[in-house]
Design a binder for this molecule. Structure first.
Ligand code: C5P
Length: 228
């Protein structure tokens, strides 16, 4: 299966976001996260969808099942292709989200442990008696067995998550850097090709595209690499 390129619209205004979508004409799917959504609201989602694009709404829902079910329903009503929940919201929360999107094309991705947590923070702040390498596959399995269609994870976690969730679940990964791009603040990166070979269904890329002098050229190079 081809690995899809998702461009993250980590921007502060509708003008910048729509200009980025226009500059990324050959890309089909755009991620809207809490930064742009909090600035512009659901209207920016409608605008991007109105351009014939798919939207991945990355708001990482984490609340009681009833609230997440209503948020999931709102996401499907907007018409997004994908949205995120935290796997740590638990089985009932994810089941409620799944029920809310049943018989719609919208799919749920679960976030396991944020990559900003290291093993010390997982133990001392989250109070888990697990390392990330233990918690990530456990939460991925919980999420998918509760009805999530897939998981968001770092590129380094693709193999362990794939082993945990099986071949059908979607795996979407950020932290991708083509060989020609700078690393910015990302430390453990993979190239688009490496992530595709590791089994990612989608890769999220932001700065290597949006900060490139010619975003369309950056996209062409990444798609060429994904399809090689
Ligand atoms: O610019 P860059 O390609 O590094 O952006 C990566 C995107 O993926 C950003 O939207 C960032 O918030 C998101 N992300 C990440 N690492 C995670 C989860 C999400 O970089 N563990």
């Amino acid at each position: 299966m081809a690995t899809e390129l998702i461009v993250g619209l980590d921007l502060d205004s509708k003008t910048e976001a729509l200009a980025a979508v226009a500059a990324c004409g050959s890309c089909r799917c755009f991620k809207i996260g809490s930064q742009l959504f909090t600035r512009c609201g659901p209207e920016i989602v409608r605008e991007v969808l109105g351009l014939g694009k798919d939207v991945f709404l990355d708001l990482k829902f984490h609340d009681i099942p009833n609230t997440v079910a209503h948020a999931a329903r709102a996401a499907t009503d907007l018409g997004v292709a994908l949205f995120t929940v935290h796997a740590s919201g638990g089985r009932k929360m994810i089941e409620a989200a799944r029920t809310a999107v049943e018989s719609t094309p919208t799919r749920i991705l679960a976030v396991t442990i944020l990559t900003s947590f290291d093993d010390t923070a997982i133990r001392e702040e989250l109070g888990l008696h697990e390392t990330a390498a233990e918690a990530v596959p456990r939460l991925a399995r919980l999420a998918v067995s509760s009805g999530a269609h897939g998981v968001v994870c770092s590129a380094q976690e693709i193999a362990m998550v794939r082993a945990a969730v099986g071949p059908e679940a979607l795996i979407v990964t950020p932290g991708i850097r083509p060989a020609w791009a700078g690393r910015d603040d990302q430390t453990r990166v993979m190239t688009p090709r490496e992530a595709a070979q590791a089994g990612a269904n989608g890769i999220v890329v932001v700065r290597p595209i949006l900060k490139h002098p010619h975003p369309a050229e950056a996209i062409r190079l990444i798609l060429e690499e994904l399809n090689a």
